[in-house]
Design a protein around this ligand. Structure first.
Ligand code: SF4
Length: 107
């Protein structure tokens, strides 16, 4: 095999691999929106929500009630923050020690 043919073969193989790598790189870096972490709820997000249940001055608040023992709590996702199944909180994470006026025993 001549040096020209060998160089051409190496060039074509490298070019083909480079073209194939682009879509793979896109797949590897793509993070589906469903898996992106939701923002954390702030005090007053909805339904008199507070991140620290003990600070609530709401008439319905009962000592010991908090998101992590509420029927709407769907479990911790990271660092004390987790999901709430109530529609008012579908777009945020709530604090395990948070509370809102819709709290119901469960969790
Ligand atoms: Fe927390 Fe329950 Fe209110 Fe959701 S419904 S924010 S889990 S107290």
């Amino acid at each position: 095999m001549s040096d020209v043919n060998k160089s051409r073969r190496v060039f074509l193989r490298t070019a083909a691999l480079s073209v194939a790598a682009v879509p793979l790189a896109r797949i590897a870096t793509h993070v589906p929106a469903a898996h992106a972490e939701k923002p954390k709820a702030e005090d007053g997000h909805a339904l008199d929500y507070v991140n620290d249940a003990t600070t609530s001055e709401h008439a319905r608040y009962q000592e010991g009630s908090k998101c992590s023992n509420c029927a709407f709590w769907s479990g911790e996702e990271s660092g004390g923050w987790g999901g709430c199944r109530h529609p008012q909180f579908s777009d945020v994470l709530v604090n395990a020690n948070g509370w809102c006026n819709t709290w119901v025993p469960g969790g």
